[in-house]
Design a protein around this ligand. Structure first.
Ligand code: PLP
Ligand code: COI
Length: 344
């Protein structure tokens, strides 16, 4: 139909048919519209360009086994965007508008929703941008909310394969009472250069520590951290990590599977005790991590510590089970006992 090889999809910005948008001005959101032009006009003084007044969400639509279309926990994304918008002093679309625009984005781009059977989905990117032209550092009640989408497969190029990570000793992601727990674009800006350096050295992910003491694990640049120790699912409790909807879901899955869930500070030294480590998030789903190196200076040659979780990078049994369960619910192959799927 549109020539897409559904099995070869990675995770890329993709030009689909339409972007859905609404404009907040004079105290209200305009009726949402669909545009096929893929371009917006912003004043060069717009808040977003100078002061990074911008935030976003990420969620997926799935074509399920029985043909139905499901969004995965979109209410959680709506609530998280509200929390982030409040942090930035921005107006935020109410939950109903958020859900309607996500649904409209899928419906307007149906030919890009991967058919069932390819382990691929339609990734939705709700984006909220401050567009008021100004120099002053004060909020202004004007914004554009847009929802765009892209058909995606695996974020790292292969499903359920393990990858390596590095702890960059000379880079932090988030200050203790800063913006780390909000999904603002600016949090990602500081990861671009370290990611490039890490990739050039053969690492796939960056694992950030808490910046106050650098003694505890925070999260990966793209996703939350979880680990398996015996019958325990362990994940960091930290004010500066993004409250991941996937992680929250996995905690419930782990509990359903009879595991003990521990959300608490995770000392770096404890990495030596984990049997499995994984990255989790909407984009990465569950990505097992084979080993983590500590590099005091990312651009330097020295590696002071290596934590290896699985021999030969093999994928652990718990990561496999959790992955099968969450993707099973998303594709409608397993019963959705918690009501996570939102049907269009
Ligand atoms: N942490 C960071 C920094 C992220 O960018 C993401 C992705 O959204 C996550 C965690 C995972 O969050 P979620 O599971 O809600 O996608
Ligand atoms: C997501 O998982 O939705 C994200 O926004 C992470 C991003 C690095 C792709």
């Amino acid at each position: 139909m549109n020539g897409i090889d559904w099995d070869a999809l990675g995770f890329d910005a993709y030009r689909t048919r339409t972007v859905i948008f609404s404009h907040f001005k004079d105290g209200q959101w305009s009726p949402f519209e669909a545009t096929e032009t893929f371009s917006f006009t912003f004043d060069p003084f717009a808040q977003v360009f100078h002061y990074a007044i911008s935030c976003f969400e990420g969620l997926k639509a799935f074509r399920q086994q029985d043909g139905r279309i499901a969004l995965f926990r979109p209410d959680q994304n709506a609530a998280r965007m509200k929390r982030t918008a409040d942090f930035l002093g921005m107006p935020c679309p109410p939950k109903e508008l958020f859900l309607q625009m996500c649904a409209a984005c899928v419906e307007n781009n149906l030919e890009f929703l991967p058919p069932y059977g390819h382990r691929a989905s339609l990734y939705l990117r709700p984006l909220l941008v401050g567009m008021h032209p100004q120099m002053q550092l004060v909020p202004y009640p004007e914004a554009v909310f847009a929802v765009m989408c892209a058909p995606v497969g695996s974020y790292y190029g292969e499903h359920l394969r393990s990858f390596s990570a590095v702890i960059p000793g000379n880079y932090d992601r988030a200050a203790p009472k800063g913006s780390g727990s909000y999904k603002i674009g600016a949090n990602y800006a500081s990861t671009f250069k370290p990611y490039k350096m890490a990739h050039d050295q053969g690492y796939t992910e960056l694992l950030y520590l808490n910046s106050a003491t650098r003694q505890f694990v925070d999260e990966f640049g793209s996703s939350n951290f979880f680990a398996i120790k015996g019958n325990k699912y362990v994940t960091p409790l930290s004010d500066s990590v993004l409250p991941s909807i996937t992680n929250k879901t996995l905690q419930e899955v782990a509990a359903d599977l009879g595991m003990q869930v521990e959300k608490r500070p995770v000392p770096v030294e404890e990495l030596a005790e984990f049997e499995e480590v994984g990255a989790c998030g909407t984009a990465v789903v569950i990505t097992p991590i084979s080993h983590i190196d500590i590099k005091p200076v990312l651009e330097g040659p020295e590696v002071t510590r290596v934590f290896r979780f699985r021999p030969d990078g093999e994928v652990g049994p718990v990561c496999t089970r959790l992955y099968r369960h969450i993707t099973g619910v998303q594709f409608g192959e397993r019963e959705d006992t918690h009501g996570w799927c939102y049907y269009l």
